[in-house]
Design a binder for this molecule. Structure first.
Ligand code: ADP
Ligand code: MG
Length: 710
């Protein structure tokens, strides 16, 4: 049945909603990692010595011995073929923000016979024609080759697709001259930078060399709507968000969706998503209804940062594909619906030294000294580079979210929680009394009071919140790759750790703790303006933040400029995370992406207004006018006045609509601000009309349908 109107769509949803496709097999946890070339698979398929070398690279970060590539490639191929694969691909993350894959089969012809082969060289490098990826001038089309390079620290996996499977090899993507054309390369460089700085800092505390790991647990928010509605909304189809739509009477005011009972159809969907993720070795853990109607969240158990970033890209893909099987569409846009919550990707981040989580305020006073030192350095990093952190979460979608319903403002600040804020206050004044012991707070091994262990207090309004044993950066958008934000976070913290180490490394052993305390006091004093424990959603805070001199970049355009300012270039070059040209290219690519998307939105809005809204409106206006004429001819008086008033209302609507369309058409030839303004003006007219005209004539599925009928 082809569905061409809203009523049919609602009926169709009612017919499918309770059901779900029969699962291929019952859910279980045995499948965990079965599609990943993990340590178990390596042990089974690789010679022992090769396996040990590869695991040393993966588990201990040792340099890869290129001599083992041939063996590893052969083992991967055998393993993949046993699981039905006939092709492989280097899987990478170009600056589009998506993942990319170009498949090659294992097929080779030997004396006219087909054999399956996969060499070490095929594993280590690929040469996709990169000329059509955005590069911001890093790679002109005449030297179009880009190289993909195997990242052994993120395991290969297979993607199944009905009648086959493909071996996917996570790779970095760079140009002939070694410039990063992707999101993974700078991330890996930033992990290296933070790792080095953390070691230098820990040395000041007399710690022996240990492996540093950065960890990430990204919480993924998303909307699900029924596909029948989606197909009737050109705006969702083309831009990922609704460009029109009046708020329904009931949306999220009653707060009855958050953590509510999950509908059966959604639960089946979620279960299947988890199964798919578990097969890929992605530890999906938490699922629940979110604040807005039809909004949900998935959170995995945290993992090493590089792996977690790759895994989140796969999470988004699995969500989209599974949704399709269930007749849903998964919307990952940051603000698909105006007036209700947008979707974010809370970035839970921490740094570990060996087994020690440096953001864990332990009960051991020695560990506390380290914790407070790390905390002070992070406070400094965020205060010095709040603008860079903001620039890491730019994008046309996130611009609509930041500072809107239940999303952190564009001003970056740190939330510590009352207890920890109190400790920091005491530290700053240097006359601290702990809750348990009295006396002066010193970061001496003997005198430091136990730090609060339970960080139960939560503040959902803060962009950068301490949550017990990690920081939660809440500004990243739901559709964004985790790599960008963490590349910047790692680099600014590495810089602060190094500054800290340079100072405290000079303190004598004897009064180390007294000197440390004095220094931390100084750091906290200098940077405490970044700490804010109040409600970040209020206008008061925005005014206060301004008084404190904190940057407030409301739009992508403003925030992106920070990337290429001289201080940023110096910082990123110092840590070899981005070269100047790489920063400039990103600035260009992200700007262009923003401009193109705004222009597409403007065109779609105009098309919908002129080809869907105007005809509906003029049809109703026309029938009202004929009704008035008929009533006049019939001699019946009552009612005519109301009919006339209604016709006049709609007539004015028609005129307004025509005027706003003309303005948008003109704006489309100009700057993005003008387009956005003209779109907002047009939307105001259309959303008012939606509440005035005959419901059966309105062509676009309404918010009350998309958000509640599923
Ligand atoms: P909430 O919604 O209450 O913030 P969730 O359970 O949804 O909590 O998400 C918390 C996320 O933080 C999870 O992905 C979890 O694995 C992650 N996490 C916990 N500890 C750490 C850590 N040390 N480093 C990074 N992420 C962590
Ligand atoms: Mg959560």
């Amino acid at each position: 049945m082809s569905i061409t109107n809203r009523t049919d769509a609602v009926n169709a949803v009612a017919a499918v909603a309770p059901s779900a496709p029969a699962p291929a097999a019952p859910a279980d946890v045995q499948c965990y990692g079965e599609d990943v070339f993990n340590a178990d698979a390596m042990r089974e398929y690789l010679p022992q010595a090769t396996c040990a070398k590869l695991l040393a690279t993966i588990e201990r970060g040792e340099a890869l011995d290129p001599a083992i590539a041939g063996d590893v490639a052969h083992a991967m191929k055998e393993w993949a073929i046993a699981r039905g694969a006939t092709s492989y691909t280097h899987w990478f993350q170009p600056l589009t923000g998506n993942t990319a894959e170009k498949h090659d089969s294992f097929l080779e012809l030997k004396h006219g016979h087909a054999i399956l082969s996969f060499s070490g060289k095929n594993l280590i490098v690929g040469e996709p024609d990169a000329s059509s990826f955005p590069s911001g001038g890093l790679r002109s089309t005449f030297e179009a080759r880009g190289y993909t390079a195997w990242d052994p620290t993120s395991p290969a996996f297979i993607k199944r697709h009905g009648n086959g499977a493909t071996l996917c090899i996570p790779t970095a993507f760079c140009s002939y001259t070694g410039e990063a054309l992707d999101r993974k390369t700078p991330l890996l460089r930033s992990i290296q930078a933070l790792s080095g700085a953390t070691k230098r800092l820990m040395k000041c505390f007399g710690y022996a060399d240990e492996r540093v790991t950065v960890t990430l647990g990204p919480e993924q928010e998303y909307f699900l709507i029924d596909k029948h509605f989606y197909l009737l909304r050109p705006d969702l189809l083309q831009t990922g968000r609704t460009l029109f739509g009046a708020p329904p009477a009931k949306h999220q005011q009653l707060e009855d969706h958050y953590f509510g009972t999950i509908k059966m159809r959604v639960l089946n969907f979620m279960n299947e998503v988890e199964q798919e993720l578990w097969k890929l070795g992605i530890p999906a853990k938490t699922r629940h209804n979110e604040v807005a109607p039809a909004q949900f969240e998935l959170a995995p158990i945290f993992e090493e940062l590089n792996l977690a970033c790759d895994h989140n890209m796969l999470v988004m893909e699995v969500l989209r594909q599974t949704a399709d099987r269930y007749g849903f569409v998964c919307l990952l846009h940051e603000k698909p619906f105006a007036g209700v919550n947008g979707s974010g990707k809370h970035n839970n981040w921490s740094v570990n030294y060996g087994k020690l989580n440096l953001l864990n305020p332990g009960s051991d006073p020695h560990q506390n000294a380290i914790f407070l030192t790390v905390l002070a350095a992070i406070i400094e990093a965020i205060d010095l580079h709040a603008d860079l952190l903001r620039s890491a979460v730019t994008g046309v979608g996130n611009d609509h979210r930041l500072g809107a319903n239940e999303a952190p403002p564009a001003v970056i600040s740190i939330y510590l929680g009352d207890q920890l804020a109190d400790v920091i206050n005491q530290l700053e004044k240097g006359e601290a009394k702990s809750s348990r012991h009295s006396g002066t707070l010193r970061i001496g091994v003997d005198t430091l009071p136990p730090l609060p262990q339970d960080a139960t207090d939560r503040n959902r309004t803060s962009p950068f919140a301490f949550t017990g044993n990690k920081f939660e950066f809440r500004a990243p958008g739901s559709s964004q790759s985790c790599s960008g934000a963490n590349t910047i976070l790692n680099t600014i913290v590495a810089d602060a750790f190094d500054r800290m180490a340079a100072t405290i490394g000079k303190f004598g052993k004897k009064d180390f703790h007294a000197a440390l305390q004095k220094h931390l006091q100084k750091v906290v004093k200098a940077h405490k303006r970044i700490i804010f424990n109040g409600d970040g959603y209020t206008d008061n805070w925005l005014a206060e933040a301004k008084r404190r001199g904190l940057p407030n970049f409301k739009t992508t355009m403003d925030a992106l400029k920070v990337l290429t300012k001289p201080e940023s270039v110096t910082l990123f070059e110092k840590y070899n995370v981005y070269r100047r040209r790489e920063l400039e290219s990103r600035y260009e690519v992200f700007m262009e992406d923003y401009h193109r998307k705004v222009r597409i939105e403007g065109k779609v809005a105009l098309e919908i207004a002129e080809t869907m809204i105007r005809p509906a409106l003029s049809a109703e206006y026309g029938s009202l006018v004929s009704e008035i004429a008929e009533a006049g001819a019939s001699g019946v008086r009552p009612g005519v006045k109301s009919l006339k008033r209604e016709a006049e209302l709609l007539g004015r609507g028609l005129d307004d609509l025509a005027e706003k369309c003309a303005l948008l058409r003109t704006a489309l030839g100009g700057k993005h601000e003008e387009i956005l303004k003209a779109m907002a003006d047009l939307r105001a007219v259309v959303d008012t009309l939606e509440c005035e005209i005959d419901d059966s004539r309105w062509p676009l599925p309404k918010y009350r349908e998309m958000l509640f009928v599923y």
